[in-house]
Design a protein around this ligand. Structure first.
Ligand SMILES: Nc1ncnc2c1ncn2[C@@H]1O[C@H](COP(=O)(O)OP(=O)(O)OP(=O)(O)O)[C@@H](O)[C@H]1O
Length: 693
């Protein structure tokens, strides 16, 4: 893929993206998290790039969200999805869902969403997801106790390239190998010519080493698993909790078993022998010190208790020979000394849990020659330390090689496993959104003939996800529009909320996602123009630019959905009605679908040069001073306004109280006022009501 062909990706960004492991995969999968690891690419930018790549794939011209309010609606519904993700990955990934006018893109996401809404977002799965993150690249591994050796300069360069974790040394001959073996625990000779050479130390001849780096440096594959151990373990937990099949290339049990043997620092855990050797190396000095104390305490106690009888001539000869107390010890306390040394050796062997070969070396730390105080033999101690350390490294190396071999085939599986868990989070966010807002998949009318393309939209039992009320408190709304429509209605009847509902349904549907309604059917739109209510009258300049905007819009075509809320507030009512009528005429002529909310519906209808439909959100009555509203617009019906409703109520109440009394009183007053009729209260209401008709 030519990265620069993606909208919004220039030369510099393309260079940054090409530094990723697999930029094409990340772009194709909408893996915003991976894209954001490219140098200098922020998360927001990564999401825009991913959307650009999708648009490129689907030949999508973009620009579906044509106004600020349309973009706001998109951000709001998107945030409802984001709030329902657990991982940062999923939160970024949902940013790649955007409303598209392209059927192929809509259907692509629909396929994903249909599957997603069947998922069960259980607490256990959501909890397990908290530990899942995209896999991290382990830091550079350096292994100091092993080296590669060769006599050949070319092989030297190849080795440095293939196995950068180890030092590579040039040697002349076997003598050189022997010298290296003194400084390294293991030397791996790369030249065939060394086969059969015997040198002291751990020297292996492996001409094939560069082809099998994982055998030479098991730390390399292990560092990947060690760095990602917790993430992979969490992904395993997600699969178990959600009861979903692992990817075909992943053996969960083997992976879990391997990970349980791996420490976070890349060493192998849970091996008794390695633990024993590690403790023995660490505790060697302290244990030798304690063994010395054991011997000396023993000997001191024995000497204190002992009555040493020595003949004068013997003493004299000892003194004349300049012999010290050691000779006396060996002569007189040989048994006690032997017992003290035996106790020291036993302590050391026990404390370090040494095997018989190691015990043999350990015994030499305390010699048989009597001395007081008893002291360690430093050379023997160093020898034991070397032996134990070499045994420990051999053991650790073997364990690492075994574990690396066990895990070697699991790497791709682990990658897929984590990816699946992260993708499941995206699906669960969609499932939870759909569940909590009572959503269904919308039905698109794709047809190309004019009857179909004029289908507009139809919503049954829709509930705006932008209302701040619990779902149960929202009245479901039905609304069906094709062509250009005026929507009248009582104050606070829910007109704005209805436009928000229509916009949310249309935006979500074009994102390929479920919509908040029991059923929704709509045509494919090219763009959404939603104009929110303007606050207050605009000054001349602002008014002019608004009219220009609408002039632009009126050029807009058959694929546009136009939602406008109370445009009349931009200027005085008479002029507003004329302007709105003009815009409606143009939109109708161009075949757009439109809903204009207005309190001037009647006036606009009069002025429009075509038969514009007027729907109405009606108050069905007043209950305790509060309007009771039927939130679903009645088709082809101009809604009565709130004042009309109140006058009607007053007229009815006054009428019921005394229509008869009123006419009697009127006749009486006519008489007393010399024929001039005064207007009673019921008459006032009745006449007022007539003016509304
Ligand atoms: N479908 C509904 N179910 C429950 N409550 C609703 C519904 N629609 C709207 N409301 C409530 O009614 C209030 C007024 O709604 P909205 O602002 O949409 O009315 P409006 O007709 O646009 O008012 P105005 O004529 O003053 O502009 C909202 O704040 C909301 O609480």
């Amino acid at each position: 893929m030519d990265l620069e062909s993606i909208p919004g990706v220039g030369e510099k960004t393309a260079r940054a993206l090409s530094e990723l492991d697999d930029p094409e995969r990340a772009l194709r999968a909408g893996d915003v998290a991976a894209l954001a690891t490219a140098p200098g690419i922020s998360q927001g930018r990564a999401a825009r790039i991913a959307r650009g790549a999708i648009r490129h794939d689907h030949d999508d011209p973009g620009g579906f969200l044509a106004t600020d309010r349309a973009r706001e609606i998109y951000r709001e519904v998107l945030s409802l999805l984001t709030e329902r993700t657990v991982t940062d990955y999923a939160a970024q990934r949902v940013e790649t869902f955007y409303p598209s006018s392209q059927r192929s893109r809509i259907e692509q996401v629909q396929t994903f969403a249909r599957e997603a809404i069947t998922r069960e977002p259980s607490r256990a799965v959501l909890d397990a997801l908290t530990g899942v993150e995209p896999l991290a690249t382990p830091g550079d591994v350096r292994v100091r106790e092993r080296c590669l050796a060769t006599t050949d300069a070319e092989r030297y360069a190849a080795a440095r390239e293939a196995i950068p974790e180890l030092s590579v040394e040039i040697v002349e001959d076997a003598q050189g190998l022997a010298e290296l073996a003194r400084g390294y625990s293991t030397v791996i000779a790369l030249d065939e010519s060394f086969t059969g050479v015997t040198v002291e130390g751990d020297v292996q001849v492996r001409p094939d080493a560069l082809d099998h780096p994982a055998e030479i440096v098991p730390e390399r594959p292990l560092s990947f698993f060690a760095r990602n151990r917790d993430r992979i373990t969490a992904a395993i937990a997600v699969h178990r909790a959600a009861d979903i099949d692992p990817p075909s290339d992943c053996d969960i049990d083997a992976l879990e078993d391997g990970l349980s043997r791996l420490e976070a620092d890349g060493t192998v855990a849970g091996d008794d022998e390695l633990d024993r050797l590690t403790v023995a190396v660490d505790d060697l000095d302290a244990a030798v010190g304690t063994a010395e104390t054991v011997a000396n305490d023993h000997l001191r106690e024995a000497i204190r208790k002992e009555d040493v009888t020595i003949e004068g001539s013997d003493l004299l000869s000892l003194v004349e020979r300049g012999a010290g107390v050691d000779s006396l010890l060996s002569r007189e306390l040989a048994d006690e000394f032997a017992a003290a040394v035996a106790a020291a050796r036993e302590h050391l062997i026990d404390a370090l849990d040494l095997d018989s070969g190691e015990a043999e070396v350990a015994r030499r730390i305390f010699g048989d020659e009597p001395t007081f105080p008893v002291e360690r033999d430093e050379d023997a101690t160093a020898r034991l330390r070397e032996d134990l350390t070499a045994a420990k490294e051999r053991r650790a190396g073997k364990l690492k090689r075994d574990l690396a071999a066990d895990l070697a085939d699991q790497r791709a599986g682990a990658r897929d496993l984590v990816r699946n868990a992260l993708e499941l989070d995206v699906e669960l966010a969609v499932a939870r959104f759909a569940d909590e807002f009572g959503c269904t998949m919308p039905e698109f009318v794709w047809g190309a003939d004019s009857a179909d393309t004029r289908a507009g939209f139809g919503i049954e039992a829709g509930r705006s996800p932008l209302l701040d009320e619990p779902l149960a408190d929202i009245d479901p709304v039905d609304y069906d529009v094709s062509g250009v429509t005026l929507l009248s209605g009582v104050n606070s009847g829910g007109k704005t909320s209805l436009l928000d509902l229509v916009a949310s349904v249309v935006v979500l549907a074009h994102m390929g996602l479920p919509v908040p309604a029991e059923h929704a059917r709509l045509r494919r739109f090219d763009d959404l123009h939603y104009h929110a209510k303007t606050q207050g009258t605009l000054d001349a300049g602002a008014f002019e630019s608004t009219v220009r905007e609408f002039a632009d819009l009126a050029q807009g075509g058959e694929g546009s959905l136009v939602l406008v809320d109370e445009l009349e507030s931009i200027t005085e009512p008479g002029a507003s009605a004329k302007i709105i009528a003009g815009i409606l005429e143009a939109l109708a002529a161009n075949g757009a679908t439109a809903v204009f909310v207005s309190h001037l519906a009647d006036e606009i209808r009069e002025m429009a040069g075509f038969d514009v439909t007027v729907d109405g959100i009606e108050a069905v009555g007043l209950v305790d001073g509060e309007l009771e509203v039927n939130r679903s617009p009645v088709k082809d019906h101009l809604a009565r306004s709130t004042p009309e409703l109140i006058v009607e109520k007053l007229a009815t109440e006054a009428g019921a109280a005394g229509a008869d009394a009123a006419s009697a009183t009127a006749a009486e007053s006519a008489r007393t006022n010399g024929g001039t009729e005064t207007v009673s209260e019921p008459q006032f209401y009745t006449r007022l009501l007539e003016k509304f008709e």
